[in-house]
Ligand binder design. Structure first.
Ligand code: DAH
Length: 345
């Protein structure tokens, strides 16, 4: 190939280079120590004297031309690369912002806060207690002696221990005992918390769930206080027009014991699927604290009396929001949980 042709080919190839690696390769092949230009210069020696000088001059001009072309291309490639990068990094300030998903309170947490807030306004302090509990507090001191059939009502999960009988608490009632052992009347507390039972799970049963315990002890406390206070609570949570109904029930640590129902908020007591056409929905158990329980914590039952109640948070939340499967609370499904998020601005 003539020098001219070589050069034209090299220049044409230079135009196809678009990155640093291509520039380096071109430089190596054309202007490098073993490049085509050096090769041509090396052949000068074999030319006759008369031609050598002229050929040398021509090659030097070519070399200058190639170097200039390379420098120009190098600059152009770098500018191209920069443009490309800037285009990629460009920010369109008119695009709407990207929304970050925000966490929110679990419906049960929200309900626990709402309910304990109502009780705070009724004069009840919120306290919490251990979930791993001595059977002494879960049962014995609540008037449920060993071998008493009532002990079987709670499908207790036992923890192996040589020293003492220990359970995952099957209800929040043991906190009644702990509180009364710690303080003198007047007592007004509510105790929200997790409880555990050995249960088969279905739409209305979970092996762990949440309860609220309530306890009021003072001089001259009567069943009228129980009734008035619980009715007020029911109205604050389910609407001012709610009616309440009390019926006899049995819990070993109260005497008398009752359960409380509200007239069905979905059909106003007319009867529907949710209240099973009875017009009433049972929401809690309650009663006057048994004299034995008072006596065993060192309160004189002739001086003091009290009332207590226990309620399930899942049931309350299901009723309030029309949730039909208790398992939804614990399956961590954001499609369910997201429905309880407060509207966001
Ligand atoms: N502890 C009972 C349960 O888990 C509920 C209960 C009923 C609590 C009556 C009370 C009460 O304080 O007075 O089923």
């Amino acid at each position: 190939m003539s020098d001219e042709a070589t050069i034209r080919a090299a220049l044409a190839r230079l135009e196809t280079v678009h990155d640093e690696a291509g520039l380096a390769a071109w430089h190596r092949d054309v202007l490098g120590r073993r490049g085509s230009l050096s090769e041509a210069l090396r052949t000068l020696g074999s030319l006759p004297e008369s031609e050598r000088r002229q050929a040398g001059q021509r090659l030097n001009t070519l070399k200058a031309e190639l170097e200039a072309a390379f420098a120009a291309r190098q600059e152009a490639v770098r500018a191209e690369l920069l443009d490309h990068r800037l285009a990629g990094e460009g920010v369109d300030v008119t695009l709407p912002g990207r929304r970050h998903p925000l966490g929110g309170l679990h419906p049960l947490t929200a309900m626990i806060r709402e309910v304990t807030d109502i009780w705070a306004h009724l004069g009840f302090q919120t306290v919490e207690g251990p979930e791993v509990e001595l059977a002494k507090y879960s049962f014995d001191m609540l008037n449920i002696p060993k071998d008493h059939p009532a002990r079987d009502v709670w499908d207790t999960i036992h923890i192996e221990s040589d020293a003492a009988e220990i359970t995952l608490r099957p209800h929040t009632s043991p906190m009644q005992v702990r509180i009364m052992l710690q303080q003198q009347p007047p007592v007004r507390v509510v105790v929200p918390g997790r409880v555990y039972r050995y249960e088969a799970q279905d739409a209305t049963h979970e092996w762990h769930f949440h309860q609220l315990e309530g306890l009021a002890v003072d001089r001259h406390i009567t069943m009228a206080d129980l009734r008035g206070t619980l009715a007020e609570f029911a109205r604050q949570i389910f609407g001012a027009e709610r009616k309440v109904r009390f019926r006899c029930d049995y819990f070993p640590f109260v005497e008398p014991g009752v359960d409380m129902s509200i007239d069905c908020p979905f059909c106003s007591g007319k009867g529907c699927r949710i209240c099973k056409y009875s017009g009433w929905i049972e929401i809690l158990g309650a009663g006057m604290v048994h004299p034995n329980v008072l006596r065993w914590v060192g309160y004189d039952p002739d001086v003091y009396s009290g009332w207590a109640f226990g309620m399930g948070f899942e049931r309350l939340t299901m009723l309030k929001y029309g949730v039909n499967d208790i398992r939804a609370f614990f399956s961590n499904d954001l499609r369910f949980l997201g429905q309880f998020q407060r509207a966001r601005l």
